[in-house]
Design a protein around this ligand. Structure first.
Ligand code: M6R
Length: 606
C-alpha cells in the first residue's frame, strides 16, 4: 500500500527520506516522491514513477540535493485513484504552492469535496489525496494545527497524512484516522512513518498514534494532541534490527525468508511449550479458560485467510468447537450477529490490513471477545485485540507471505491444542502432537536441503499458462495457499479446487497444457485422491504429486516426497516445496519475486 515517511530535525532531510523510502518500498512501488523545505523557505521536490531507485537517481542528479533541508515528507504509492503518473505521485501541493501533503488511505468523500473545490482550484491529477492539499489552502486560518484539524473533520475514510508548510519550515504535522502512523525519536530528530520498520535504524523510541491524534513536530521536538488538547504518550523503546535491509546471500528477500522457516517454528513454540514435559505453558492461552467459548469465527484475508481455514480444521477436530472462517472484506458488509460466547480471531501478518482492522472495530463495538494472531509487533490489530499471540516470524519483506504463515499455523495449532486439553483432557494425544512440533524444524531443514530437486521440477512447469492446485480436507486450504503463491509470484493463472470438486466442472479445463499440483498425504483421503488423479490423467493432464515418502510414486508425472506425520501436522509439510517451486518458476520467467506487479505488502485501504 502507500507508505509515508517524514523527518524534522538537525540533519539534511533528503538522504534520510530517500533511505526511508528504500527501506520500506515493499509497501507500495508504483511511484515515489519527496518534498523538503529549508530555512530560506526553498522547496526541494522530486517525483518518479516506478521503483524508488528511479526517484533516487533523479535526486542524485539534482544539484540541490546536498543543501540542508531540515524538514521533509516522502511517499511511495500503490495506485488506488488514478493511473501511475507523475501527476498522481505524492507529495501533493496546494495551488498557492505553500502546503505539501503525503497521504496513505482513501478519502471516500473526495468527489464531493473536489466538486466544490474545482470551482476555485485547478486539479492536476486524479487522486483523492490531491484534495487534501487544496482543502488545506482553502481552510487555512493562519494556524496549521487548527487548519489540519478542520480539514480532518471534513474528510470521511481512512487516512494518515503529513503536511508541510513552506512558510513555516520548522514544523510538520501528522494526523491519522484508520491508517497507521508511528512517530519515532532519534539523536538527529523526529520521524513519522507508516511502519516501525522504516524508522528502526534511525530512531531509538517511538509512539503509535491512535485515531484522531495529531502530532506537531517543530525543530526536532514533538507534541501530540487529541481533540485539540495536548497529551503525553509514553514512548516505547525500539528493538533495533537490521535483518530486513539485508538479503544475506540470497537473490531475494522471499528466498531468505523461506530459509528462515525452521527458526520461525522454534520461535513460535519458545516459551509457549515445555518440550520436556510436552505441555503448553502459555498464560494467554491459559486465560482463555476463563471464557465460555461455544463458537469461533476467524476473520482474515489472503494467505492469512487460508491459514485460518487450516486452523478451523484443528479447532473443530481437536477442540470440538464449531469454527467458521470469514474473508474480512465480506464479513464487514455481511449481517453481523454478535454472540457473547463466540471467540473472534483476527489473523494478519502486517496487523494493518484495513479490511481486517475494520471488522475488528465492528466486533469490538459489540463488546465481543477478540483474539489477534499478528506478526508485526505493536501494529494496529495487535494493539486493538483483547488477547493475542504473535506469530513471531520476524520482519517479512517479500510481498508474498511465506515464513509468517508457518508462524500462523503454529499459533493456531497451539490454540487448538490448548482448548482441546481444557475440554477433553486428551493429554496423551496432545503430547504426541507436541513431539511432532518439536521435530518440525529438522524436517524443514531437510526440505530446504532438497531445494535443488524442487527447482528442477519447477523449471519444467514454467512454460504452462495455467495450473491447478488440488487438495482435500485439511490439505485443501494448503493447496489454496500454494495456488495463491504461484499466481502472485509468477503471474501464471492458477486455480485451487477441492480435489473431489474437480469433476463438477473444472475438469473441463484439464488437458495436456494444464498441469495439476495434487496434495496427497497419508491419512487424508488418500485413496479417493488417487481416483481423482486418475481422472485427470485420463484427460492427458500432468500431475505433480506432493506425497508421503514411501508411497506409490508410479502414478505421478513428477513428485515431491514429504516425511510421514500425523494428519494433524500434515499441513506444515507441502509449503516449503511449493514456495520454493513458485519462486523458481517466477525467477525463470524473470518476475520481480519480492515485489510482484500491482501488489503491496500491507493493504491499508479497503
Ligand atoms: O498482512 P495480512 O496478513 O493481513 O495480509 C493479508 C493478505 O493481504 C496477504 O496474505 C496477501 O494475500 C499476501 N500477498 C499473500 O502472499
Amino acid at each position: 500500500m502507500c507508505w509515508i515517511f517524514a523527518y524534522n530535525g538537525k540533519k539534511n532531510a533528503i538522504p534520510l527520506l530517500v533511505e526511508g523510502l528504500r527501506t520500506l518500498e515493499y509497501r507500495g512501488y508504483d511511484s515515489a516522491g519527496i518534498a523538503a523545505v529549508n530555512e530560506k523557505k526553498e522547496i526541494f521536490l522530486e517525483k518518479a514513477t516506478g521503483k524508488v531507485s528511479n526517484l533516487a537517481s533523479k535526486v542524485q542528479k539534482n544539484p540541490h540535493a546536498k543543501d540542508t533541508y531540515q524538514a521533509g515528507i516522502a511517499h511511495t504509492r500503490w495506485a488506488t485513484h488514478g493511473k501511475v503518473t507523475l501527476e498522481n505521485t505524492h507529495p501533493h501541493v496546494s495551488e498557492n504552492e505553500r502546503f505539501y501533503v503525503v497521504h496513505n488511505g482513501i478519502i471516500e468523500n473526495y468527489m464531493g469535496i473536489k466538486n466544490i473545490l474545482e470551482k476555485k482550484y485547478h486539479f492536476y491529477g486524479d487522486t483523492d489525496s490531491e484534495i487534501i492539499a487544496k482543502l488545506i489552502e482553502d481552510s487555512f486560518d493562519g494556524d496549521l494545527l487548527s487548519t489540519v484539524t478542520t480539514v480532518c473533520e471534513k474528510m470521511v475514510g481512512a487516512y494518515a497524512i503529513v503536511v508541510m508548510d513552506k512558510e513555516n519550515p520548522s514544523t510538520i504535522i501528522g494526523a491519522k484516522l484508520g491508517s497507521p502512523m508511528i512517530v519515532g525519536e532519534g539523536d538527529d530528530g523526529v520521524f513519522i512513518a507508516s511502519d516501525i520498520n522504516a524508522i528502526s535504524h534511525v530512531a531509538k523510541e517511538f509512539v503509535s498514534l491512535e485515531d484522531g491524534e495529531t502530532v506537531v513536530i517543530t525543530d526536532g521536538k514533538k507534541e501530540i494532541y487529541s481533540l485539540g488538547e495536548r497529551i503525553i504518550k509514553t514512548s516505547e523503546v525500539i528493538d533495533h534490527n537490521q535483518e530486513m535491509v539485508d538479503k544475506g546471500n540470497f537473490d531475494t528477500f522471499t528466498e531468505k525468508e523461506i530459509y528462515e522457516i525452521p527458526e520461525v517454528i522454534k520461535n513460535v513454540c519458545k516459551w509457549r511449550i515445555d518440550f520436556e514435559k510436552k505441555e503448553i505453558i502459555n498464560e494467554t492461552l491459559e486465560s482463555l479458560g476463563d471464557h465460555e467459548i461455544k463458537r469461533i469465527e476467524i476473520i482474515a484475508s489472503g494467505s492469512s485467510y487460508f491459514a485460518g481455514q487450516v486452523g478451523s480444521y484443528w479447532l473443530k477436530t481437536l477442540a470440538g468447537i464449531p469454527t467458521e472462517v470469514r474473508i474480512s472484506s465480506e464479513f464487514l458488509y455481511d449481517t453481523f450477529l454478535p454472540h457473547k460466547k463466540t471467540l473472534y480471531i483476527f489473523i494478519s501478518q502486517s496487523g494493518e490490513t484495513a479490511d481486517v482492522r475494520e471488522c475488528l472495530k465492528m466486533v469490538k463495538a459489540k463488546w465481543c471477545l477478540t483474539f489477534g494472531i499478528v506478526n508485526v509487533v505493536g501494529s494496529t490489530i495487535a494493539r486493538m485485540c483483547d488477547l493475542g499471540l504473535y506469530s513471531h516470524a520476524g520482519v517479512e519483506v517479500g510481498v508474498a507471505s511465506t515464513k509468517n504463515i508457518i508462524g500462523q499455523y503454529g499459533v493456531l495449532l497451539l490454540l487448538a491444542l490448548s482448548l482441546w486439553i481444557k475440554r477433553d483432557l486428551q493429554i496423551h494425544q496432545c503430547k504426541t502432537i507436541i513431539e511432532e512440533l518439536w521435530n518440525l524444524p529438522d524436517t524443514f531443514e531437510l526440505q530446504l536441503q532438497q531445494a535443488n530437486t524442487y527447482k528442477e521440477i519447477a523449471k519444467k512447469y514454467a512454460k504452462y499458462p495455467s495450473m491447478f492446485f488440488l487438495g482435500r480436507n485439511i490439505l485443501y486450504p494448503v493447496a489454496a495457499e500454494g495456488s495463491l503463491k504461484l499466481k502472485e509470484l509468477s503471474y501464471i493463472h492458477s486455480e485451487c479446487y477441492s480435489t473431489g470438486e474437480l469433476k463438477h466442472g473444472p475438469l473441463a479445463l484439464i488437458d495436456k497444457n494444464t498441469p495439476s499440483f495434487v496434495l496427497n498425504l497419508k491419512g487424508i483421503m488418500q485413496e479417493k485422491t488417487i481416483s481423482n488423479v486418475r481422472e485427470i490423467q485420463a484427460r492427458n493432464g500432468k500431475v505433480i504429486g506432493i506425497i508421503t515418502s514411501g508411497e506409490d510414486k508410479s502414478l505421478y508425472d513428477d513428485m515431491i516426497e514429504v516425511p510421514e506425520t500425523s494428519a494433524i501436522v500434515s499441513p506444515f509439510l507441502p509449503l516449503v516445496p511449493i514456495w520454493i517451486m513458485s519462486v523458481e518458476i517466477a525467477k525463470t520467467l524473470w518476475r520481480d519475486v519480492d515485489k510482484p506487479q500491482n501488489l503491496a505488502k500491507s493493504v491499508t485501504v479497503e
